[in-house]
Design a protein around this ligand. Sequence first.
Ligand SMILES: O=C(CO)COP(=O)(O)O
Length: 248
Amino acid sequence: MALRKLIAGNWKMNGTRASLAEVAAIEAAATAAGHVDVALCPPFTLIDAMMQAADTVVIGGQDCHHAVKGAHTGCVSAAMLADLGASHVIVGHSERRTDNGETDDLVRAKAEATIAAGLIAIVCVGETEAERDAGRAGVVVGDQLDGSLPPAATARQLVVAYEPVWAIGTGRTPSCDDVAEMHGMIRAKLLAILGEEGVGVRILYGGSVKPDNAAELLAIADVDGALVGGCSLTAAQFVPIIEAAATI
Ligand SMILES: O=C(CO)COP(=O)(O)O
């Protein structure tokens, strides 16, 4: 089933108020694209201002705490992001799994907190280079999905992002055959975990998505969009990726 594509930008720890100048052109491209959903996930510091600058483009956070509120210095809850008007939260990005030791159990708790706040959880999974070289990519990603996905989620509440760790920020991507095989496995896993709801969950590919490879990647079966890091920081690079999605 062809699902509506979602092109999401993850700004990571990049951007100051001056960067909001990029939003107008991204907004225009998102409006022109029509049947493509576009999201931007800036640092927490920019969410409120970006909400004011965007309309068609929806805004997300890059993480949340699993509690609604409380004594957790430095943390932000999904309810707080909802209060700003955000619609998505990225959870379980490999940089957080590595930098902050986030486990599948914690990622699932964050995804559940996101959904409880009325937002859409973008749950990230992906293997390391050593795991792929050892022929374990499918097992690793399957285990991450088993551990990280909230089993009661509906298709509207959940997005999965497959981001091979070795492809993030490196300029390297898996072959189209490898992406197709992994996304097919993820779809089967979604059906096993969520039942019929798994049919409608969008599966994004992330890792060195660029203007010159976006069309090829987005045309692969079960690639329902992209999670874009570096190339989402400027309209010059993000807009062609939105346009590529619109041609499919
Ligand atoms: O980690 C990513 C998005 O979440 C991908 O980053 P790059 O597009 O910079 O490789």
